[in-house]
Design a protein around this ligand. Structure first.
Ligand code: ADP
Ligand code: ZN
Length: 518
């Protein structure tokens, strides 16, 4: 079958070979497996369902929310000689009926349908009249509340598919799905033992780094001066911050532009053009700057503050090095920036569930800022791509600072959290370890825990940092919600049992603490 698929690829599209991900995905589909494919934009998702549709009997139904892309895709398929059509709100009534009639006759190999066109009667008449071997769902993350683009109309699909006498194969495609979203999507779509495939998220030409506790203004001055000829983007969390960083650069005679939602359309368009043609070397911007910029020679993306989630961070940072040349992505991290993001979430739109999802994503972003793992690995792992080798060029991979054994302090902190049974947050755990006389602590009689005061020689702030580090390294977990509680993960057990050691890099910002004289 795969041979045939390859022949079709050559015959129809003129490509000699599949990309590695495509081959595995197509092979799974041809073996009849439900599939969830997560490939970055430009990764070649459409080939993954178009080729199988040519080899399967009947008409593959493609559900896609993007009306404009639908027409482009169908035109392209028709040009390649593949019978395909679409049903969406851009068609007039007459056209619509015509397409439907042809579809019922079985004229198409692929029929694209917008989700809002798919109600229960429509779906059942399509499935009664046509042979449908496969339903391909584009932008499949829209099924999940956890995705950033939830669409209720996608939700109902699963029920309908489940009710069909001849259940077609279900294949979902998306460029953005974390582990959680992937699991949620496959469950929501009622996939049977799906082949979940993730690849292509690593960007080998990017060197990622996180810099904590720097004097940001001095850092920026030096950074920009050392990169005189290079084009770069500086992302800030707020318009106000964008203005002030922009002012700082302009005062030093640097050709910098600014871009944020408070400027007129005209101003933004002009600045973007000037940046594109390298008249402006540096763009200082909020996340309003992004859609549609595809400047190849951006050599660095510097985040003045951390964004609210890893997806946004990687999307913004990933605007560096589109041309494949070596580029840098630097995140300046300050613990108080977490508060800014928390505030933005709390003030933002969305119901409680949405907000708690965002807060949990913020935690992961915080973990990224504190981890000592390879940063590239951390990110691709977050997108569900496992077993990727350390990149060898990120701030953590290049970190030559000494590794110290912190097992004993870890055991103290972990056993304390364990005894608090997941009912309290990091602040309270730190107070218990400190041996604080806090009123609430005493009310809950937490002073009676055997771990009370175990780290009494540390400043409370350092205990808090230590607990957050254990979260970042995956020994502890924070719950979702507005008042996150902290609890042990399964990784904590071998440490508590003395079967595993905990090593930490001794950095200038992390002072060594001696734990007793033992
Ligand atoms: P996505 O939908 O994942 O963003 P597309 O399916 O539009 O990506 O594909 C991105 C580009 O890669 C298209 O121009 C497509 O023709 C091209 N492409 C896809 N598969 C291959 C392949 N096996 N060999 C060469 N080019 C490919
Ligand atoms: Zn690395």
């Amino acid at each position: 079958m795969l041979e045939q698929a390859r022949a079709e690829l050559k015959r129809v599209y003129g490509y000699d070979s599949f990309r590695p991900g495509q081959e595995a995905i197509i092979q799974g589909i041809l073996e009849g497996r439900d599939t969830l494919a997560i490939l970055p934009t430009g990764g070649g998702k459409s080939v993954c369902y178009q080729i199988p549709s040519l080899l399967l009997n009947g008409t593959t139904l493609v559900v896609s929310p993007l009306i404009s892309l639908m027409k482009d895709q169908v035109d392209a398929l028709n040009r390649l000689g593949i019978p395909a059509a679409f049903l969406n709100s851009s068609l007039g009534a007459v056209e619509y009926r015509e397409v439907l009639r042809s579809a019922f006759r079985g004229d198409y190999k692929l029929l694209y349908v917008a989700p809002e066109r798919l109600d229960a009667p429509m779906f059942s008449s399509l499935s009664e009249q046509m042979e449908i071997p496969m339903i391909a769902i584009d932008e499949a993350h829209c099924v999940s509340q956890w995705g950033h683009d939830f669409r209720p109309s996608y939700r109902q699909l699963a029920g309908w598919i489940g009710q069909l006498a001849n259940r077609p194969l279900v294949a979902g495609f998306t460029a953005t799905a974390t582990d959680e979203v992937a699991r949620d999507v496959s469950a929501m779509l009622g996939m049977h033992d799906p082949n979940i495939f993730v690849s292509g998220f690593a960007r080998p030409n990017l060197s990622l780094s996180v810099i904590s506790g720097a004097d940001k203004k001095k850092f920026l001055q030096k950074f920009i001066t050392e990169r005189e000829e290079q084009s770069g983007i500086i992302y800030t969390a707020t318009r106000k911050e964008a203005e002030s960083v922009h002012d700082q650069l302009v005062r030093k005679g640097i050709a910098a532009g600014k871009y944020h939602g408070g400027l007129s359309d005209e101003e933004r368009a002009t600045t973007q053009e000037r940046f594109r043609f390298d008249e402006l070397r540096v763009m200082v911007a909020t996340n309003a700057f992004g859609m549609g910029i595809d400047k190849p020679n951006v050599r660095y993306v510097l985040h003045w503050q951390m964004p609210g989630d890893v997806e946004s961070y990687y999307q913004e940072a990933g605007r560096a090095g589109r041309d494949g040349e070596e580029s840098e992505c630097i995140l300046l991290f300050e613990p108080q920036d977490v508060q800014v993001q928390r505030f933005l979430i709390e003030q933002g739109v969305g119901d409680t569930e949405r907000k708690s999802i965002q807060l949990s994503k913020l935690n992961t972003m915080m973990n990224y800022s504190r981890t000592h793992r390879c940063l590239q690995q951390f990110i691709v792992d977050y997108f569900g791509e496992k077993n990727v080798e350390p990149c060898g060029k990120c701030g953590n991979c290049l970190d030559k600072s000494e590794l110290v054994d912190r097992t004993s302090e870890a055991q103290k902190a972990l056993s304390c959290v364990g005894r608090m049974r997941g009912r309290f947050g990091v602040t309270m755990a730190a107070k218990v370890l400190k041996g604080s006389r806090d009123k609430r602590l005493l009310e809950f009689r937490l002073d009676e825990l055997t771990t009370y005061g175990l780290l009494s020689s540390w400043p409370e702030k350092e205990i808090t940092d230590w607990l957050y580090w254990l979260v970042a390294e995956g020994y502890l977990r924070m719950s979702d919600g507005q008042y996150p509680t902290v609890s042990l993960t399964t990784n904590a057990l071998p440490v508590l049992e003395g079967k595993e050691t905990v090593m930490q890099r001794l950095r200038t910002t992390v002072k060594r603490r001696d734990s007793g004289q033992g």
